[in-house]
Design a protein around this ligand. Structure first.
Ligand code: CP
Length: 307
């Protein structure tokens, strides 16, 4: 598989996902052998206009494990010529002369697509804006589900938290919607519910979904609960109180309602959504997601750079 730009989840077909997961499996074996030098002549630029721990470090780790080199700016708004007023387009034109692939996190929805429209090297969307997409996170989430429940067909997934702005949930909903008999439960207060564009996509593709506000009610039914952060600063803006939102926080009491085979997932960083007491439960796979992130990002970089 030779990938070009990686901008949104919808661009991945089922055969592409199968191949990507096979390559990710191979990458685990490559890491166990100490990595490879296959990409020693390749350079990845990581250009982040927003803060990040997992995405930036895992992409950079992935590139180093492939033998490649990394150019990096962690706060492009402050530490690059963006601070002098340079446009995204000019920055991309310049950086594309220095690297073979650009991993871009941008603060505006559509930032990655804008970059791709003028870049002569592949752009990988590492998250664009509030309510945009985060396709590489969704790919590692899907890979973690696949590893955890063995088959994605027929999986029942509760997506919980800030579904309006959460780009990881939006990208994951698009990916899950590609599989047969999947059931999606969007669980959030009204002011944080999933947007109509995702529901329209799911309806068009005959994917079963429901909108819920009661997490306790649906926990016994699902194979995966995927929790996301609700930013405290948004609570007052949207007329919600922390006490209202706390019914969506997963603790030992809520965990008892979840089937024994189910997975507890979170893209991280977390605030209060999952109690640290849940971490030792075998169903908690959010740190496994971060490990899988390196495998999937190695597979993506290899596919973009050619193998
Ligand atoms: N999940 C995720 O995107 O984390 P970072 O913001 O730390 O990259």
């Amino acid at each position: 598989m030779k990938l070009g730009h990686v901008i949104e989840s919808q661009q991945f077909t089922l055969p592409m996902l199968v191949e990507l997961f096979e390559v990710a499996d191979q990458m685990e074996r490559i890491i166990a052998r100490g990595g490879t030098q296959d990409y020693q002549n390749k350079i990845m630029a990581s250009l982040f206009y927003e803060h990040s721990t997992r995405t930036r470090f895992s992409f950079e780790s992935a590139m180093y494990r492939l033998g490649g080199k990394v150019l990096s700016t962690e706060r492009a708004n402050t530490f690059s010529s963006v601070a002098a007023g340079e446009t995204l387009e000019d920055t991309i034109r310049v950086v594309s002369n220095y690297a073979d692939v650009i991993v871009l996190r941008h603060n505006e929805i559509g930032g990655a697509a804008r970059a791709a429209s003028i870049s002569n090297i592949p752009i990988v969307n590492a998250g664009d804006g509030k309510g945009g997409q985060h396709p590489t996170q969704a790919l590692l989430d899907l890979y973690t589900i696949y590893k955890g429940v063995k088959t994605i067909e027929g999986v029942k997934v509760a997506l919980v938290g800030n579904l309006t702005d959460g780009r990881t949930v939006r990208s994951l909903a698009y990916l899950l919607g590609k599989f047969e008999r999947v059931k999606l439960y969007f669980v959030a207060p009204d002011s944080f519910q999933i947007k109509q564009d995702i529901l329209d996509y799911l309806t068009k593709h005959n994917v079963w979904y429901t909108l819920e506000s009661n997490l306790k009610k649906i926990l016994p039914e699902v194979d995966v609960v995927y929790s996301t952060r609700i930013e405290p600063e948004l609570l007052t803006q949207r007329g919600e109180r922390l006490e209202t939102i706390s019914q969506y926080f997963i603790d030992d009491t809520l965990l008892k309602l979840l089937p024994s085979h189910a997975l507890v997932m979170h893209p991280l960083p977390r605030l209060h959504e999952i109690s640290p007491t849940v971490d030792s439960d075998l169903r908690a796979v959010y740190f496994k997601q971060t490990k899988n992130g390196v495998l999937i990002r190695m597979a993506l970089l290899a596919s973009v750079l050619g193998y």
